[in-house]
Design a protein around this ligand. Sequence first.
Ligand code: GRF
Length: 192
Amino acid sequence: MIRLGILGSGSGSNMQAILDAITEGRLDAEIVLVLSDNPDAFILERGRRANLPCGLIDCRGLSSRFPAESQEETTRALREAGVELVCLAGFMRLLRAPLLEAFAGRIINIHPSLLPAYPGLHAWTQAVEDKATESGCTVHFVDAGMDSGPIISQATVPVLPGDTPESLHARIQVEEHRIYPEAISRVAAELQ
Ligand code: GRF
């Protein structure tokens, strides 16, 4: 049973998928901490509803940077909760030392494209605008770059004629919810 810490800034549907996989016995894990940099993020509401320990990351009013002191506080909170694997689930800030060093090889992310294509924000919008014929999602280890660490698993979806960014993102998310718990299970098996 691996102890997970989840970091998210938005809806938290991937955290929900991880929780569902645990509840249904498909993933031998426990979510021991949910952290968000956004007090209004629905991921915190989902966490509270599931009685998970939740906390806020104070980014000192900065809209996109992740200040060093906030990363130190986050590291401390994850350590105190006994987190063994950090799962980013829609977390919108770039991680740096000391967080990366404290959890070296133990931080993973889900990204809505077939990396290395379309790193960064709005990957699904770029896929539609480029008239790509397929897209998908990637689970990868996190390093200091933008969506650039070693790939753990990927799933492909078609981009259909008439797709909007929203319809493509919805199709990608179905696959995200399937592969993220599976990837966590694989990484956990290798770590333990
Ligand atoms: C997902 O599309 C994920 O790939 C990206 O941000 C989105 C988060 O969605 N990193 P949710 O908060 O898990 O619903």
